[in-house]
Design a protein around this ligand. Structure first.
Ligand code: G6P
Length: 474
């Protein structure tokens, strides 16, 4: 039986299956996974995750009890759950990504959506089943008094479900996203909003990336549930139980990241990029093609900057890496298309024989992203709203002299804002002006600011982040 367990939708590895039936294992993608993978494996934490692909499902069926590590894979203790595909699809795509993500990032086009009807009722039922499958697996695997760390908006109901099964456990929930203010959170049907809040309050400890998101959660508990929130001592009391509220600002492991970024594959991407852009200044952005990342407004701001500053024509290149994400959702496919459209307009307007003002890349290439970080003069991070944003933290670790243009709506602004050029993500002209200020920032100022950004970004690396939460559970 296990004494520390971690639960998240996406696990540390994923499998693909070739035509001849052979399984290949790869590292899972995304910020949450890369933050936690090394830590969990080193500390022998049992990770419970969902099978996301056909390859994953085959791997689960070949492993007794879904224990991928027992089937001979070097993953660290890992149990994958084979949730029926239709249930998984409704829970992950329809509820987690199209509803809870949209609510917490304020992404709805309000005159037209959301619409909660009978279809949503069925989707919500699947979300309950999916959360129940996690609760059941955790209840089976956890030793007496074990500590269980449940991650993110996919699994908001699991803490309360697990507590009902196993009152002996100490349970934490952590939200990697922002939290919506009550007026927006209450777009959700009342019973659904209540279930989400009560689900998380089933934990002993509810963690958030910044004080702002923690306060928003407490506001929702007060306003929607009538719970009692202690703002100073940070806790919520509801129906006789108290859940402590914690703020743990996940940072990056600077040494490990730097080491990875010095490997030959990254160096050769640097050489290739240098050949492509020459000695021009580089404005870099690296994102998933995600609605909340505000890529289109970022491109429009770059266009405004070019229009206002002809002296920079031919002397600057914007490298925009927007790798694919959540393409099962039509909103994301449309968004990718509008990013590409906007990029073409800039090219048409400004490109010359020997100057490409914008290089947009929509394929995932981790070593190339690391190369871009290392070469950046300016890093643009302008999300509409973001739980933290690790790009804002990785950039200053890898670039010795980048100036950071940072949205005030990113969680990272709480720690990095004092040393960044902070922008309102909707203010295109303000963002364009900040790009210019960042480019002309004097050398000593950019290095001083970068050193402070580096220190703040590495203050709470994943190992410590996990340890502080485990401590909070003892
Ligand atoms: C980002 C968010 C996390 C979330 C993850 C899911 O990293 O910050 O909160 O868990 O995306 O991404 P996925 O690709 O698994 O849907």
């Amino acid at each position: 039986m296990n004494s520390v367990l971690l639960a998240s939708n996406r696990g540390p590895v994923s499998f693909t299956v070739s035509d001849d039936g052979e399984l290949t294992m790869r590292r899972g993608g995304g910020g949450l996974v890369s933050g936690l993978s090394g830590v969990a494996k080193d500390d022998g934490v049992l990770w419970v995750c969902a099978a996301l692909s056909d390859g994953d499902r085959i791997a689960v069926r070949l492993a007794t009890g879904g224990r991928i590590d027992h089937a001979g894979y070097d993953t660290g203790p890992l149990r994958m759950l084979d949730i029926p595909p239709a249930t998984f699809h409704r829970a992950y795509n329809a509820v987690a990504n199209s509803t809870l993500w949209f609510v917490n990032h304020l992404l709805y086009d309000i005159p037209n959506s959301p619409n909660f009807g009978t279809r949503f009722e069925r989707e919500w039922e699947s979300y309950r089943d999916y959360n129940g499958a996690f609760a059941l697996a955790l209840a089976e695997e956890a030793g007496h008094g074990a500590r269980v760390m449940v991650q993110d908006y996919h699994l908001t109901l699991t803490p309360a479900m697990l507590r009902a099964e196993r009152p002996d456990l100490r349970i934490a929930h952590f939200s990697h996203t922002p939290w919506a203010p009550p007026e927006y959170f209450s777009l959700l049907p009342d019973d659904v909003a209540g279930e989400v809040l009560e689900g998380i309050l089933g934990a002993d400890h509810a963690g958030f990336l910044t004080d702002r998101w923690a306060q928003a959660f407490m506001d929702c508990c007060e306003r929607l549930l009538g719970a009692e929130a202690d703002r100073v001592g940070r806790s919520v009391t509801y129906e006789g139980r108290t859940t402590r509220i914690g703020v743990h600002s996940l940072g990056v492991d600077g040494d490990a990241l730097w080491q990875r970024a010095c490997e030959p594959d990254v160096e050769s991407h640097m050489t290739a990029l240098r050949e492509q852009v020459g000695d021009r200044k580089l404005i870099v952005r690296i994102d998933r093609t995600e609605l909340s990342k505000n890529i289109v407004r970022g491109l429009i701001a770059y266009r405004e900057f070019l229009a206002a500053h002809p002296e920079w024509h031919g002397r600057v290149v914007h490298l925009a890496f927007a790798y694919p994400s959540r393409h099962d959702l039509p909103e994301y496919r449309e968004y990718t298309a509008s990013v590409q459209r906007c990029a073409r307009q800039i090219e048409d307007e400004y490109a010359t024989e020997d100057w490409d003002p914008l290089i947009l890349n929509v394929n995932d290439d981790y070593p190339r992203s690391l190369a871009a970080y290392r070469m950046a003069d300016v890093l643009l991070v302008n999300p509409i709203r973001d739980g933290m944003n690790l790009v804002a933290k990785e950039g200053p670790v890898l670039s010795p002299r980048c100036a950071l243009v940072l949205s005030r709506e990113a969680g990272a602004a709480a720690e990095l804002g004092a040393h960044a050029l902070v922008v309102n993500p909707y203010d295109i002209s303000g963002t364009a002006a900040a790009l210019h200020d960042a480019l002309v920032m004097p050398e000593d100022e950019r290095r001083t600011r970068r050193d402070k950004l580096h220190a703040a970004a590495t203050a709470l690396p994943p190992q410590k982040w996990l340890a502080t939460q485990l401590e909070a559970l003892t």
